[in-house]
Design a binder for this molecule. Structure first.
Ligand code: SF4
Length: 321
């Protein structure tokens, strides 16, 4: 159940993943596990680029031919070229999508229109020669470079799934900041709450973001927000390893360790080590730490860390990671 306190996320999605019968063969590719996981938190915005440009259902299959940077979208039998139609529709549609205020987009893998990674690009004889992006996916990523994008197939990987969902929730908060409090002090507050979450992904970019925030009062807002946003989402795109999580957990431990009994401290250190060695999920040391944070006084900014509550606990992602 969604609680009134949780944000409502707005995600675009390739409509065949919603169960709409829009594929070339008249079928769909409903992703029941993804929809089941996120339905309580998400308002979906489905879109089928190939139907939108008038190819109809069922239809001839199409594929990408030519260069990786700008392949042609052509019918496999007829050779009909749909490239301009898809590019022009995508650019028009993306202006409309800008008004949907999305927080992410889930795309269908391997599609010459929607595929985000490693879509086959063929040579003139029709043989796969390179890999690239579907045309709509390419235009989407160009128009909204910070918007979290992912393919449904990759979301079966629990690490990639957690990464995508974390980015979506951060993006929602980032958009809220830009809309409601676009000020240096708003940015300082945002950065303070996201410090440890960023540190788990990239200590280097954590320091870069700190430098950007330190100059917040001297940098014009558009430049400040753009620079911070680019580095923030670059950091979050880097996989958060068990080693980096261990560093963050030790950092958090530092705020309570002097107040703990020797047994409690040993238990926490063991829980962190077990997690770092892959023996337990992240939720184990985190739950112990949060238990001690409730008993021990810590600085306000520690309790405000989104690292401790990155998304609704019902998603249970940290029970697997
Ligand atoms: S992959 Fe994209 S273009 Fe193909 S059927 Fe699904 S939504 Fe339509």
């Amino acid at each position: 159940m969604t609680t009134a306190l949780e944000p409502v996320l707005r995600l675009g999605i390739s409509s065949c993943l919603m169960g709409e019968e829009v594929r070339w063969n008249g079928g769909h590719k409903r992703d029941a596990s993804l929809l089941g996981l996120l339905n309580d938190y998400v308002e979906w915005f489905p879109l089928c680029p190939e139907v939108e440009i008038g190819l109809g259902t069922p239809r001839e299959t199409i594929h990408l031919i030519g260069s990786v940077e700008r392949p042609r979208l052509v019918g496999t039998k007829s050779g009909d070229d749909h490239t301009e139609a898809m590019e022009e529709w995508s650019r028009r549609q993306l202006e409309e999508i800008a008004g949907w205020n999305l927080h992410g987009f889930v795309l269908k893998r391997a599609s010459p229109s929607c595929g985000l990674f490693r879509v086959k690009v063929r040579n003139a004889k029709g043989m796969p020669e390179h890999t690239g992006r579907g045309i709509f996916a390419r235009e989407l990523a160009t128009r909204f470079p910070l918007l979290p994008l992912e393919e449904e197939g990759r979301l079966n990987d629990l690490g990639l799934r957690e990464n995508f969902i974390e980015r979506v929730f951060v993006y929602e908060r980032w958009q809220r900041l830009l809309r409601d409090d676009p000020t240096p002090s708003g940015l300082v507050d945002f950065h303070t709450r996201h410090k440890l979450a960023v540190m788990a992904h990239s200590p280097e970019l954590y320091r870069t973001l700190g430098r950007i925030v330190a100059a917040a009062g001297k940098t014009p807002w558009p430049e400040l927000a753009e620079g911070y946003g680019i580095e923030l989402f670059a950091a979050l795109a880097i996989k958060a390893t068990r080693g980096r999580h261990r560093n963050v957990l030790h950092h958090l431990l530092g705020f309570v360790k002097n107040e703990l009994e020797a047994d409690d401290k040993r238990e926490l250190l063991e829980a962190i080590d077990d997690y770092a060695e892959g023996l337990t999920p992240l939720v184990v040391p985190l739950t112990l730490l949060k238990h001690h944070f409730r008993r021990v006084e810590t600085p306000d900014w520690v309790g405000q860390q989104v690292y401790l509550h990155p998304y609704p606990k019902e998603l249970m992602l940290r029970s697997h990671a």
